[in-house]
Design a protein around this ligand. Structure first.
Ligand code: ADP
Ligand code: ZN
Ligand code: ZN
Length: 801
């Protein structure tokens, strides 16, 4: 038999299966989707079996060395999905297979053979000699063959496990249980000599509690030590065995069981439509549009329940940042131990354990961030993507996939619906719903019949004219003071990234934009030039505002730390917590800050993006947005959309409970449609307005985009290669495609590498992938070295920096 193997060597030449002979003793063992070790040139490397055949074209076929798995880690469906992903993103097949698996399976590991039963068959007992774990080396030295191991694993006597080197991935405990029934125990106790008090107490314990109990707990409860336990084990009065503990990241939490409320008419309508598709096994895509608090999550949960009732499984994606303890609690409270949770705050070992629960079919629901879309379920009945507009669903390195596309592909494989939910759908999704490609479901009302909080727009130009040069308007300061007096809390939001590059007139709010691309131009300090990062149009930095001739035109932006200092000066008695990349670098820091704030150890929470989502504190009655403009003027065609989404989202943070909330938005452009319409929560009008610009300037959803980014330590090299690529594409693509650039990327230099880009806007280019593959092949040798050329291609760019 021949195994066809995709090897872990991500290059063009190795981007195909290689044939290996399956040795006699492994024929019963090797299966499609397993990891194997194969000889490859002088090395031994890891690979995935993607096919098994009975013949090969290769003349001298080498045998494979070793099988790493007992059960396949990739299902046939996931292998197929990997192939699709590779063709969609122009990635190597191996990278696409790797991206679906937990880190632990890709790391350096130590293979071990574990005892799963107290009494093993005699031959094994001889080998284990009372131990619980054998190293793989010991196993190899034994007379047993791999197929015998597999038989024992299938029978439940043994298990094969991987221990990541230098890191503990498995936890085990010793469990004690009685070796006889209650009557026998009582007889035995009567016979125990009176001086063996502790032994007697241990046996007594099991009269009341005959169930297995962790040894540690037993000893503390009885108040004794190993010394008195040992003789009882030896005589067989009690038994002990080892149990693997799948680490539960939520250990110690108790989740109160919740019951599903009866749905409102709108909710019921939405759910009926979803469940009908589940039952018909139709891969329909639904867009569930409803503001925060309109009851979307409840619809998800009750739909999932229907899926579970059918014996099927469900994936629910939420953005990393929204995967808060509150969210987890809701799902655990409803579905109990049927839920696995996958997010990046878990350690590699914890993630692996959660993944194993899915693989072993211990759970039927997974709630997780982006990569949970690859959960190895076999009977998917429903996929949900909450906050579908979030750009974190797009993977931004290696295989640049979008979880939404993967979801739709998997749904087609399984014949199950996809639900995309959002208060502010992406324009792409809403446009598809308008065209009828997706089914639109609306939840127009908030659950508690509370209106969304009132939004006050503050014109910072007017503040300036009144002599207030600080970054806090008079009104915001008063409202903050008021909250302090009432013992209520406030959240202040500042959009800030490590750079701030646009130029704005503080007098009139005018921002310099590219006349061709409708994005803000970027200030380059060195050349005193303004540049458009899409089309490379340039002009000199103005010394006065082209609109109002004021001299207060300059670039814009302040860091959170500076804002914190100003705020502390402004309101010295306020207790302030700051949450940004600097204060949340350490694991758990994010949760800690939120817990502190939740316990009212601070009056004001000041932060970036991070605080916009998932916060749910009853005592927060004021949300302030310090500078809406800094988001609105990013050099990104989605800047208006992002601003609308973010303002809507932060507003949802105020007045979540009994106390009414309000929102203050400070801006130099209060008349901008995305700020105006966010303040009245008018998504449809925003959609209509924004679509006009997208159409006019050839952006999604009217056009598709491809972004090619070239980087090199030498700026001329980077520029020259980009120029050649752009030229080649211009020549080969159809006339309707716009090829823009080359132009420096907005982040022109990262890690001492210069970055240039070219952007393609197109309607339909069926041969685009082919041309770009040719470009990548052409430059492959130049891209081999760490310090050399790098070309990345993004077929659905969200990060345009
Ligand atoms: P969303 O996901 O749209 O923000 P949720 O599903 O979280 O909305 O609902 C908002 C609040 O209303 C939650 O506290 C939820 O428990 C509650 N809720 C949702 N649906 C119902 C219902 N049918 N009856 C009673 N309470 C509900
Ligand atoms: Zn001006
Ligand atoms: Zn331009």
């Amino acid at each position: 038999m021949i195994a066809r193997v995709i090897v872990d060597v991500p290059t063009n030449q190795t981007n195909r299966p290689f044939d290996y002979l399956i040795p006699e003793e492994l024929t019963e063992v090797v299966d499609i989707g397993m990891r194997v070790i194969v000889p490859f040139g002088p090395r031994k490397i890891m690979g995935y079996v993607v096919d098994i055949e009975d013949k090969t074209e290769v003349e001298k076929v080498k045998p494979l060395e070793e099988v790493l798995d007992v059960t396949p880690v990739l299902t046939p469906e996931l292998l197929q999905l990997g192939k699709w992903l590779a063709s969609q993103t122009l990635s190597f097949y191996i990278s696409c297979l790797q991206v679906m698996l937990p880190q632990v399976l890709k790391a350096k590991y130590k293979k071990e053979i574990w005892r799963m039963e107290e009494h093993l068959p005699e031959e094994l007992e001889h080998l284990f000699q009372g131990r619980d774990v054998l190293s793989n080396e010991e196993w190899e030295a034994s007379p047993y063959k791999y197929h015998q191991l597999k038989k024992w694993v299938d029978e439940g006597s043994l298990d094969v496990r991987y221990e990541v080197k230098s890191k503990e991935t498995k936890r085990k405990i010793t469990v004690i249980e009685p070796g006889m029934d209650e009557r026998e125990l009582e007889e035995l106790i009567a016979d125990i000599p009176p001086q063996a008090k502790k032994q007697k107490a241990l046996l007594d314990f099991f009269i009341d509690y005959p169930d297995p109990i962790p040894k540690k707990d037993l000893l503390t409860q009885v108040g004794t030590t190993d010394a008195s336990l040992k003789p009882l084990l030896k005589k067989g009065h009690l038994h002990s065995y080892t149990q693997e503990i799948l680490r539960d990241p939520y250990e110690g939490h108790t989740f109160d069981k919740t019951n599903p409320p009866s749905l409102t008419t709108h909710q019921k309508h939405a759910m009926d439509r979803i469940v009908a598709s589940v039952k018909e096994e139709h891969p329909d895509v639904f867009l569930l549009h409803g503001v925060t608090g309109s009851g979307k999550t409840e619809v998800y949960m009750q739909s999932i329940q229907e899926v579970l009732n059918r014996g099927e499984e469900a994936i629910m994606l939420v953005p990393e940042i929204a995967l808060t303890p509150q969210m987890v609690e809701r799902f655990k409270g409803r579905f109990g131990s049927k839920v696995a949770v996958l997010h990046s705050a878990l350690s590699a070992g914890e993630k692996y354990d959660e993944w194993r629960k899915i693989q072993r079919q211990d759970v039927q629901v997974v709630v997780g961030a982006r990569s949970a879309i690859f959960a190895p379920f076999k009977k998917l009945g429903l996929i949900i993507i909450d906050e579908e507009h979030e750009t974190s669903y797009k993977q931004e390195d290696r295989t640049r996939y979008h979880a939404r596309d993967v979801a739709i592909q998997r749904a087609a494989n399984h014949g199950c619906p996809v639900v995309l939910g959002s208060a502010t759908p992406s324009l792409e999704s809403f446009a598809r719903a308008q065209k009828g490609n997706y089914h639109l479901l609306e939840l127009p009302e908030r659950m508690n019949e509370q209106a969304m909080p009132n939004v006050e727009l503050i014109d910072m130009r007017a503040e300036l004219h009144e002599g207030n040069r600080s970054m806090f308007s008079q009104s915001l300061k008063e409202k903050l003071d008021e909250r302090l007096q009432k013992g209520e809390q406030s959240v202040l939001f500042l959009n800030r990234r490590g750079y701030s590059t646009f130029v704005m007139c503080r007098d009139c709010g005018h921002v310099v934009e590219c006349p061709y691309c409708d994005i803000s131009m970027t200030y380059h300090r060195k050349q005193e030039q303004l540049k458009c990062h899409y089309c490379s149009y340039e002009k000199p930095m103005p010394t006065e505002c082209p609109e109002c001739e004021s001299k207060t035109i300059r670039y814009f932006g302040t860091g959170t730390q500076k804002v914190e200092e100003h705020l502390q000066q402004l309101i010295p008695e306020a207790r302030i917590l700051r949450m940004d990349v600097d204060t949340t670098r350490r694991k758990g820091a994010h949760e800690k800050i939120l817990t502190q704030f939740g316990n009212h150890e601070a009056d004001i929470l000041l932060g970036t993006q991070m605080i916009a989502k998932g916060l749910d504190f009853g005592n927060v009655t004021l949300v302030g947005v310090l500078a809406a403009d800094s988001l609105l003027n990013l050099p990104d065609f989605r800047a208006s959309e992002k601003t609308f989404q973010l303002l809507t989202q932060v507003s949802g943070r105020a007045g979540r409970h009994e106390k009414e909330g309000e929102v203050v938005v400070q801006t130099y452009t209060p008349d901008h449609y995305s700020i105006q319409l966010a303040s009245t929560y008018d998504f449809e009008k925003f959609y209509a307005e924004e679509m006009k610009y997208r159409k006019m300037f050839h952006y999604p959803p009217f056009y598709y985009l491809t972004l090619v980014t070239v980087s090199h330590p030498n700026t001329f090299q980077a520029q020259e290669v980009t120029r050649k690529i752009a030229q080649y594409l211009k020549k080969n693509l159809s006339e309707t495609a716009d090829v823009l650039g080359p132009t420096p990327s907005p982040l022109e230099r990262i890690n001492n590498r210069y970055r240039y880009q070219t952007m393609i806007k197109y309607k339909a280019e069926p041969e685009q992938h082919k041309f770009i593959q040719r470009i990548l092949n052409y430059y492959e040798n130049d891209m081999k070295e760490q310090n050399g050329l790098q070309i990345t291609v993004d077929f659905q760019p969200y990060q345009l920096m």
